[in-house]
Design a protein around this ligand. Sequence first.
Ligand code: AMP
Ligand code: ZN
Length: 465
Amino acid sequence: MIQIYNSQSRKKEEFVPLQAGKVGMYCCGPTVYDYFHIGNARPFIMFDVFRRYLESCGFEVTYVQNFTDVDDKMIDRARREGITVRELGDRFIAEYWRDANALGVRPATVHPRATEHIPQIIRMIQGLVDAGIAYEHKGSVYYHTPAFPEYGKLSGQNLEELESGARVDVDEEKRNPLDFALWKAEKPGEPSWDSPWGKGRPGWHIECSAMSMAYLGERFDIHCGGQDLLFPHHENEVAQSEGFTGHPFVNYWMHNGFLNIDNAKMSKSLGNFFTVRDILKEYEPEDVRMLMLSAHYRSPLNFSREMMAQARASLTRLYTALERVRELAQTCQMKDMAQADLDVLEQVEAARETFRRGMNNDFNTAEAMGALFDLAYLANTALSPDSARQACQALLKAMEDMAAIFGILTQSAQQVPEEVHTLAQQRVQARKNRDWAQSDALRAQIAQLGWLVEDTPQGQKLRRA
Ligand code: AMP
Ligand code: ZN
């Protein structure tokens, strides 16, 4: 049984999908005005892992992650660069793919762009106007929050509390300080589309209501995003969608905690961020995934070089064990299993159970990761060249299954970079020539590229440093 902490009820609940065997899942994606930073990478990586886990449990997952490709930040940046908002969006969507692919984040089922769903957005706004929940003023349309009595239910606040804390902007023409724009009347030089209220563009919140409905229907299972989106973005999505359909919108709301630096949220506006592009110049993509997986997704996670070094060290331990198991799974004999082999099988099953328990416990990857380390320990202590091949294979399969869900340990021994491979071949030749000085020099060059050379009775072996 999978349990999910639902931000709406503020407790863990058993996950029961609307349709047996199927999951509809929507995750708020990036605003494509710049490279994304490793704080943004946290939801992309974590929700990618949950999707993989759900699939491994046999669910057919329809996963939607949008691109916000029109808003004030997009318009500002396009203006500064002297290009259109469309061109800016195209450019940073392409950059998103480069970084997301590098991080091993699988493409979602669909990645809808806001600007390509204007008819769906207009239809929803019109529905809200017709229902008396939204009103037009000078070519803009606002959502009237008091018209949705449950406003505040997602973030657990009531309207009066919210109103007393709201900032009233004098030049805004809203009936209530909490009302928010669904449609913004055209301003000179901004991109705009025709609508029943004149030319304009959508507000931010409405795009996620309209696009989730377009691909997942009026009601779906899981909606996720960073904790900063809970209010007002997701609160507004609930108000829009439920105001429009008259029935519940999302069953489970999941929010990831922040990736922090020195205990402050990493964000573009604070200037304390590292883009994924820059981080990957210094670190391996799997180091970043490992860092994220080492904490439960709802906990705050501090980014530091020490944490990255720890992630690397953990991966090295896992890679070393995996390599050993791979080799034994090929070289050990198929034979009747001895007690030691049966014990291995039993412990492999126990580790699989630990993994499932961790993931079923609100996707606690930190807990589930413990199981992979249990297997690594088992590989190092309980297997030997005398083990039965069946036991080695069972252990190998369990490690590979867990690694596939985490999206780590993807570099097989064959994936030694070309440059390292060439140097290693030269070293074999140097040793044949008994040119030890050259052999050592090559070893040092290989080490500089992050690989270690070991000389074993079976010949030279390479492993990542
Ligand atoms: P944005 O492009 O700013 O809308 O952000 C894309 C996603 O990243 C959203 O789900 C945000 O909530 C999330 N996010 C932004 N900053 C952080 C952070 N420092 N830690 C974790 N998630 C973040
Ligand atoms: Zn959204």
